[in-house]
Design a protein around this ligand. Structure first.
Ligand code: GLC
Length: 538
């Protein structure tokens, strides 16, 4: 047996989500079982065999609850019912049961910051200033001159306040005006979300991805945000202000601690994965003391970093250094908002995409793949007339929105891509995908998909890859290399030219060039441009 690899039985089991590979499904674009052009929950059930073959341990589904789709499910009108075009509660229960048979856990997306304007709570809240649910949302009087209560801007652009002519007050929305923000100072809101969490946990949901969990609590005094200065980051400059009072408030941590207690009250603790689009030093605060807030937090500076050795290494080192003891990183390269890594990091260059995949699956932490990452799917081009994302519709052509990374999964090289029937128009176009499809890659030992599957299988065999420490190694310019535990080395040559890494001996387990699997090296590990390997050391 190679050092660092042990049979499963000999391992000491960490919590399941620490050694897991998670996989994000955007249900509307995964698989359409009833040929209406929209992916659905039955489509997910139909592809569980594939997910088990790939080796993922858990899936998180972008919202499946009732929504008028102003923001494609992220505007919820009923937190405890399934959106009809995605399925029924019975289909969902079948999904959880069928996934369980294949040892795959199901996580859902929860959106606590805001509801849909069509949610009965908001319908009630906006009906009068004395409505019992009035205080469930953030309402405020206009300034004496009739303008908005403060200077906050929406993260989707424009003012964060809309005047309700009926009651003469403004309501707050950090996103679209169709997404009014809940008032998390209200105990009724908090109690209701505890019930919603339990509702799904009791139905076998293994955890939640929590939408923009860092902004749910706002400054109680609704103070103006300070203006951006020249020294501020791009985001502050873009919006003209620093997001000081409408997000990352100290009180949000009380809410998250409450959710953590709730999650831990189940015999198999449910996992909380937060969407935390903030800098690393702020992101790590959402882990609390390492045991009392989020289990996992998405690392956005990592996603947006240039795919170069120095920048990626620095973010990983900073994250490792700043995380509280016991906290566990999460690494992701793509999601339904942030573009696909095969485009953003790799610019369609398969060598880079393969190196990125190896990186994600070999860092210390939980990798979260987005559907299509495993086949190296790039962003699609979506024409103006086909746009569905409200941001694309609003800002095109300056910004085409997020449709390019939400296009349907190409399963086979046939019209409709095996996503939907050949004669059906999918809700978003597939774009030309050619060989970038599951069927073609599944039988190809050299493919990105086979690489993904083999790396996931390798993680399962190697406790060092699952839970071993991360330690940067000295490496030539443009090379990022690290040890996992004591017996594993991972090296990425992020140069166009070849390099030699000296001072380590071992055996390549998996390389992005599969011809090198099984190769021994003794003090000199040579890597061609954009080549990466994971190796056992001797
Ligand atoms: C999150 C979601 C995004 C959505 C936004 C508002 O960032 O990932 O898709 O538009 O929240 O809910």
């Amino acid at each position: 047996m190679t050092e660092g690899v042990q049979p499963r039985a000999a391992q000491q089991a960490p919590p399941w989500w620490k050694s897991a590979v998670l996989y994000q499904i955007y249900p509307r674009s995964f698989a359409d079982s009833n040929a209406d052009g929209t992916g659905d929950l039955q489509g997910v059930i139909d592809h569980l065999e594939y997910l088990q073959w790939l080796g993922v341990d858990g899936i998180w589904l972008s919202p499946i609850t009732v929504s008028p789709n102003a923001d494609w499910g992220y505007d919820v009108a009923d937190y405890c019912a399934v959106q009809p075009d995605l399925g029924t509660m019975a289909t969902f229960e079948n999904l959880v049961a069928a996934a369980d048979e294949r040892h795959i856990r199901v996580l859902l997306d929860i959106v606590p910051n805001h509801t849909s304007e069509e949610h009965p709570w908001f319908v009630s809240s906006s009906s009068s200033t004395t409505d019992p649910r009035r205080d469930w949302y953030v309402w405020a009087d206009p300034k004496p001159d009739g303008t908005a209560p403060n200077n906050w801007v929406s993260s989707f652009g424009g003012p964060a306040w809309t005047l309700d002519p009926r009651t003469g007050q403004y309501y707050l929305h950090n996103h679209l005006s169709e997404q009014p923000d809940l008032n998390w100072w209200n105990d009724g809101v908090r109690a209701e979300f505890d019930k919603i969490f339990r509702f799904w946990f009791d139905r076998g949901v293994a955890g939640f991805r929590i939408d923009v969990c860092n902004v749910i609590v706002k400054d109680a005094g609704l103070r103006d945000n300070p203006p951006a200065t020249e020294d501020d980051d791009f985001e502050a400059q873009l919006f003209g202000q620093r997001f000081v009072y409408n997000g990352n408030r100290p009180e949000v941590h009380d809410v998250i601690r409450g959710w953590r207690r709730l999650a831990e009250s189940y015999d198999v603790a449910r996992v909380l994965v937060g969407e935390t689009p903030v800098k690393v030093d702020t992101m790590v605060q959402y882990y609390g003391d390492g045991s009392d807030e989020l289990h996992l937090a998405f690392n956005f500076p990592f996603i947006t970093a240039p795919f170069a050795a120095a920048s990626m290494r620095r973010i990983v080192e900073d994250t490792e250094a700043l995380l509280p003891p016991g906290a566990w990183p999460a690494w992701t390269g793509s999601n339904h908002d942030m573009s696909r890594f095969a485009s953003r990091w790799a610019d369609g260059d398969l060598r880079k995409a393969r190196a990125a995949l190896l990186m994600l699956l070999c860092l210390r932490g939980t990798p979260v793949l987005y559907q299509g990452d495993e086949i190296g799917l790039c962003n699609a081009t979506v024409e103006k007339d086909d746009l569905r994302d409200p941001l694309g519709v609003r800002y095109w052509p300056a910004y085409a929105g997020r449709d390019a990374m939400r296009t349907p999964m190409p399963w086979r090289d046939v019209p409709g891509g095996g996503f939907t029937d050949p004669g059906t128009r999918p809700w978003l176009p597939l774009g030309p995908f050619g060989g970038c499809n599951v069927e073609a890659q599944r039988s190809d030992p050299e493919s990105m998909l086979t690489l993904a599957r083999d790396l996931i299988a390798l993680r399962r065999l190697s406790p060092a890859l699952q839970t071993g420490s991360y330690q940067t190694m000295a490496a030539p310019e443009g090379v990022w290399a690290w040890r996992r535990g004591s017996g594993v080395v991972v090296a990425l040559n992020m140069n166009d030219h070849g390099v030699t890494l000296e001072g380590t001996r071992g055996h390549i387990w998996v390389g992005t060039d599969r011809a090198r699997d099984g190769e021994d090296f003794d003090n000199r590990l040579t890597l061609r441009g954009w080549e990466a390997v994971v190796a056992g050391t001797t």
